[in-house]
Design a protein around this ligand. Sequence first.
Ligand SMILES: C[S@@+](CC[C@H](N)C(=O)[O-])C[C@H]1O[C@@H](n2cnc3c(N)ncnc32)[C@H](O)[C@@H]1O
Length: 289
Amino acid sequence: MRFYTESLGLSQNAFILLRDLIHERLGLFYDNSKQDLLSDKLSPLVVARGFDSFLDYYYLLKYDEDAAAEWRRVMDVLSVQETYFWREIDQVRALVEVIVPRYFAEHSTTPLRIWSTACATGEEPLTIAMMLNEAGWLARAPIEIYASDASPAAIAKAQAGIYRERSFRSLPQALRDRYFTVIRRPTNPEFESAQWQVVPWLHAAIRWDVINLVSESDMRRVAPVNVIFCRNVFIYFSDNAIRRSVHLFAQRLLPPGCLFVGASESLLRIASDFDLQDIGGAFVYVKRS
Ligand SMILES: C[S@@+](CC[C@H](N)C(=O)[O-])C[C@H]1O[C@@H](n2cnc3c(N)ncnc32)[C@H](O)[C@@H]1O
């Protein structure tokens, strides 16, 4: 990979132009210490386009008619899809054991809409669906689960619904047995992982889409929702980008809407539209009415 960077040479000027453009369009922020990382990730795309400079690639992204297709490739290479089933499960438990019963005590027929906004390859919304089903909610109440990510490649994997060992590191074995079927056993387990397919009826409970959290036009496509999960993506955003996304979330959330962020993420200096509350032992940002 270093070969690309050295042969293309990402100058400080080109780095700043590209870095700022990526920040504006995707919210992701690469500080000066991440210049090599950004260069390594983008180099294959620059080469694939037949360019020999990052500056040409910058002009393509900024001005070309085909830029939208190229931005999807950029999002795919910059996307960090680290995720697994049953991650930070206390928040999902608070949803299923407190927020959902409270909601249906007041609205018996209006659907509850839950949106997993940076779902990567789908483990988070499937975790929500599994826990709702374990508690009997999927069968007895109108619940809609939406899941999206800005990376088309991540959403394509989520739509395929096929998972390897890494995704199961925290999922109790009984749930793996109930919700997944083995579709491939490795001939050499030391070097390959088995593959499991999620059962189709659970997978069908989720609607998938490609949505960029800092794009107003993307966000306007989303129906109003009651609960948003946006976990482990703000760690890659600048404060300004977080502010923009959270403001767009506030517009999509029906009061008293709930916003869950990752355990290491805090909106305290950012989210003026929300109050932080402890609900069922988990921290939740609740939209002010
Ligand atoms: C580390 S994963 C988080 C997955 C899951 N939410 C979890 O907590 O396990 C971060 C995801 O954020 C997505 N992402 C990054 N920038 C985004 C943006 N502007 N809009 C939507 N998704 C974005 C990436 O593509 C990646 O799949």
